[in-house]
Design a protein around this ligand. Structure first.
Ligand code: UD1
Ligand code: UDP
Length: 374
């Protein structure tokens, strides 16, 4: 048998880890590959939550998160840190996922060494470099030189073709987050205790409809976050709903949300949930209010409508399929659309039965076969 292909997977944040772990499981199990893992530690606690549940022990951990890190110091540390790992490992391929500072820097460090880059979740474009910020540009940078583009949908593949990327290098795979969600759901079925810690809140809020909330986007810091908090306060006036809000560890999020929302009886501000517990929240909620990318993809897979608190989205497929609605960061709009879903059965049914456009849970096998042929 020929020498295995040496793949270095590089990631650093919670969403990358979630979307990467099914691929790492597959590469580890496949003798055609020598699978190596480098984590930047761009997120510390929230990354470790995923590594633990997915049972991944990285070969390299740069541990470079700083409190309230700036984009420039983070990027500088990532480039130099990942560069050293690449010099040591000399992989045949580097694989990155998505649009974070780690993905962009990992890919760039590989490009500087002429190591080919495979990009998972390629081709998402909002068309606005300020939304999501700085992710729109991060993703475009990786796409500009990646040798393999794993586009989750036809829409993403077409965006790449419009940028004159060679179609032979583009593979439509679905989004690996659906593979991750299937895996975690099966784990919870076998071991319900993995997701049992929400029981107290479920009891406290029994008889109420649960709204799951997440918010963390940098472009929403300041006014956007305040408007979101205002909307949550107004929704909380209703006594037939309760909100469960795992608050992101970014201090810019916690400062606002803790100050604005602490002490409301039917709003539970809690620490970030590990993946099985977040899957449980998706399962028990009536709808999700979020500015997250990943949640826009997961919630429709479970038939949960998503109100997206962003001005624009690089995931228009959800909006087109009718599973998601863009509500921006306008307080009145968020409250109005939320009440509509709570009070209008047909509006709710239309969103909760729409088709999930983000994949069939078999993305990883498509990616693995494309890498094997590389
Ligand atoms: C990052 C990504 C964003 C992604 C988000 C997912 C970039 C530029 N941004 O944004 O694309 O949507 O992650 O959550 O790559 N912190 C902790 N512990 C953690 C994680 C974060 O304390 O486990 C705090 C730290 O103070 C850190 C700050 O949050 O400095 C910001 O983290 P950072 O990764 O820079 O940005 P995010 O807003 O999380
Ligand atoms: N998530 C989680 N615990 C939480 C909140 C989110 O495990 O408390 C998961 C969620 O299931 C999704 C991912 O984190 O897969 C989304 O990450 P985030 O919203 O931080 O980043 P984005 O997707 O916006 O880049």
């Amino acid at each position: 048998m020929s020498k295995p292909i040496k793949i270095l997977s590089i990631f650093g944040t919670r969403p990358e880890a979630i979307k990467f772990f099914p691929l790492i499981h597959a590469l580890d199990a496949d003798p055609r590959f020598d699978s190596r893992v480098c984590v930047s530690g761009q997120h510390r606690g929230m990354l470790d939550q995923v590594l633990e549940i997915a049972d991944i022990v990285p070969h390299h951990d740069l541990d470079l998160m700083q409190p309230d890190q700036t984009l420039d110091s983070l990027t500088a540390n990532l480039l130099t840190g990942i560069g050293k790992v690449l010099d040591e490992e000399q992989p045949d391929w580097v694989v990155v996922q998505g649009d974070t500072a780690t993905a962009m820097s990992g890919a760039l460090a590989a490009y500087y060494r002429k190591i080919p880059v495979a990009h998972v979740e390629a081709g998402l474009r909002s068309g606005n470099i300020h939304h999501p910020w700085p992710e729109e540009v991060n993703r475009k940078i990786v796409g500009s030189f990646a040798a393999l583009h794993f586009a989750p949908t036809e829409t993403a593949a077409n965006a790449l073709k419009r940028e004159t990327i060679d179609p032979a290098t583009i593979h439509v795979t679905g989004n690996t987050v659906i593979d991750a969600l299937h895996w975690i759901t099966a784990q919870i079925e076998n071991r319900p205790e993995l997701a049992a810690n929400l029981a107290d809140l479920e009891t406290r809020f029994s008889g109420k409809r649960i709204i799951g909330v997440t918010s963390h986007r940098r472009e929403n810091f300041g006014g956007g976050m305040e408007a979101i908090a205002d909307a949550i306060r107004q929704i909380a006036v209703r006594d037939d709903v309760a909100m469960i809000f795992p608050v992101h560890l970014n201090p810019n999020v916690r400062k606002v949300m803790n100050a604005e929302l602490e002490g409301l009886d039917n709003v539970a501000l809690i620490e970030p949930l590990d993946y099985p517990h977040f899957a449980r929240l998706l399962d028990i909620c009536t709808l999700m209010l979020t500015d997250s990318g990943g949640v826009q993809e997961e919630a429709p897979a479970l038939g949960k409508p998503v109100l997206v608190m962003r001005e624009t989205t690089e995931r228009p497929e959800g909006v087109e399929a009718g599973t998601a609605k863009l509500v921006g960061t306008d307080t009145d709009m968020i409250v109005e659309e939320c009440f509509k879903l709570l009070d209008d059965e047909s509006a709710y049914a239309a969103m909760s039965t729409a088709h999930n456009p983000f994949g069939d849970g078999k993305s990883v096998s498509r990616i693995v076969e494309a890498l094997a042929k590389s």
